[in-house]
Design a protein around this ligand. Structure first.
Ligand code: E4P
Length: 224
């Protein structure tokens, strides 16, 4: 499972890059706009925090295939390293994906809501498909079930396209995607924190501390 951070908040990126086994960062136009700052400065800063080995996914703002390709080339040139352009599914997006495949620029096909959309994106050459779990759950769909179906179909057709599940509201959705064999998830920092938290863990650690201190006081192993 690849854990990716879905934010352009530099402090959150610095924190999670230090404390979690982070595989990269994803953004979208809404996430970027939230920071209300210079676009290029922001995305280059993200790249410098995570380094060139980790994945950086940045979404195109173009609608026409030729312009999407042009923008993707510019982004790849500027951001270097392990880079993916995010393109919403659609005819122009598929055309751009096939072109970018030839150019060796990775594509994450985004705004995916059905297995049928994911499969055709994979056949066009997308490296990742990004189904929106919570947005499906919000309309009485079953986001994690859709992720499971996509995982199965890609396997059935021997595709090397990976599922990058996106749009999460809670840790349970992340867990269900993992159980379905989903390859990667992109989540906000608070979801990562929830994933590692459990009241029983806190109770266990409090018990260890109490027992240790009853014999050794404030001393740690380093002091003994
Ligand atoms: C990722 O590709 C999506 O842009 C993102 O995860 C959407 O998340 P949201 O539904 O919380 O906006």
């Amino acid at each position: 499972m690849l854990y990716i951070l879905d934010t352009a908040d530099l402090e959150a990126i610095k924190h999670c890059n230090e404390f979690y086994p982070l595989a990269g960062v994803t953004t979208n136009p809404s996430i970027i706009a939230k920071e209300k700052t210079d676009f290029w400065k922001l995305v280059k800063e993200i790249r410098s925090i995570i380094g060139e080995e980790k994945m950086l996914h940045v979404q195109t703002t173009q609608k026409k295939a030729e312009r999407i390709v042009e923008e993707a080339k510019l982004l790849k040139e500027a951001l270097k390293g392990d880079f993916y352009v995010k393109i919403p599914i659609g005819e122009e997006g598929l055309k751009a994906t096939m072109e970018l495949k030839k150019l060796g620029i990775g594509v994450t096909m985004t705004a995916i809501f059905t297995p049928a959309q994911a499969l055709i994106a994979a056949m066009a050459g997308a490296s990742f498909v990004a189904p929106y779990v919570n947005r499906l759950d919000n309309i009485l769909g079953d986001g994690t079930e859709v992720v499971a179906e996509i995982v199965n179909q890609l396997e059935l057709y021997g595709s090397d396209c990976k599922v990058l599940a996106a749009s999460f509201k809670n840790a349970e959705q992340v867990h269900k995607c993992a159980s379905a064999g989903c390859h990667s998830v992109t989540v906000a920092a608070d979801i990562l924190k929830t994933v590692i938290s459990h009241p029983m863990t806190d109770a266990a650690v409090a018990g260890f501390d109490k027992d240790w201190m009853s014999v050794y006081g404030e001393k740690t192993i380093l002091d003994l």
